[in-house]
Design a protein around this ligand. Structure first.
Ligand code: ZN
Length: 275
């Protein structure tokens, strides 16, 4: 899953590389994953339009154009963009291509075939499944401590990890950053929300902001090509058996809802009983 700091980096690169430029060519290679929700076809609609702004909404990247068309992409599990060098062979995972006047060429690829792209009208964005049902952006102004406490009060029966990952409440924290945030806040992923104290919630709120902001900065500083996913700086995710950076205990993993979650069982003690 493309996580928030990774998409935020993509947004910044796209703002720099695509904004203000005209699309001179567009092509769909895997039409099952590209949904044209406007009249006409993808290439005809986009060719000649200018990209005016690039935004992120939860797990979606949106390219605004100077017409009513919006190109909306949800990379999902393995979808990723690439600026291919000249002569790069087109792989079978290539979903669509957009060429900008004077460069660059932009590819969207998806080995997992779970990503979706939409060409939608700006006044019909609710036709894009999930787009308008996103909760508060943790890096946005609306994500206040009060709102976070309210979300917790309304979801007492969820586990804290489920609550963090519910896109309709907080958009968006995937399983990678859920692990990082919970480790930073020293809360067990399977703790019931009702068993988490007000103090712990405050700590968790700070951990969300601190973890995501620091990750955005690190990924931006590393300035890798956009097809690279930078996660080697993370503290618990995918570090099973390595020493916890805080206490030295080996990091453990747990299968939670089919996904491997990583934690330190010394720093993140599971509450014995829910209130
Ligand atoms: Zn630890």
């Amino acid at each position: 899953m493309a996580e928030l700091p990774e998409l935020e980096y993509l947004r910044k690169v796209f703002e720099r590389e695509l904004s203000g430029k005209r699309i001179i060519e567009a092509e769909v290679l895997l039409p099952d994953q590209v949904h044209v929700l406007v009249e006409g076809d993808f290439a005809d609609r986009l060719t000649g339009l200018k990209v005016t702004k690039v935004r992120r909404r939860g797990p979606f990247i949106l390219l605004r154009t100077n017409a009513k068309d919006r190109l909306v992409v949800k990379p999902a599990e393995e979808g990723h963009f690439k600026f291919p060098g000249l002569g790069t062979r087109r792989p079978r995972t290539l979903v669509f291509v957009v060429h900008m006047e004077g460069g660059p060429r932009l590819w969207f690829l998806d080995p997992a075939k779970t990503a979706e792209a939409y060409l939608a009208a700006k006044d019909k964005l609710d036709d894009v499944p999930g787009l308008m049902e996103q909760g508060a952006d943790p890096l946005g102004k609306n994500f206040s401590p009060e709102r976070f406490h309210r979300i917790a009060r309304h979801n007492p029966d969820l586990t804290i990890r489920q609550m963090l990952m519910d896109e309709t409440q907080i958009s968006h924290i995937g399983h990678v950053y859920a692990d990082e945030i919970l480790h930073r806040a020293s809360i067990h992923p399977q703790a019931k929300v009702s068993a988490v104290s007000e103090d712990q919630l405050d700590r968790l709120y700070d951990a969300i902001l601190d973890t995501l902001e620091a990750a955005c900065q690190t990924i931006e500083d590393r300035a890798q090509p956009i097809e690279n996913t930078v996660r080697d700086f993370l503290r618990v995710w995918n570090r099973k058996g390595e020493a916890c950076k805080r206490c030295g205990q080996p990091i453990k993993s747990l299968k939670i809802e089919g996904v491997e979650a990583f934690l330190c069982s010394k720093c993140q003690v599971k509450p014995k009983k829910s209130k």
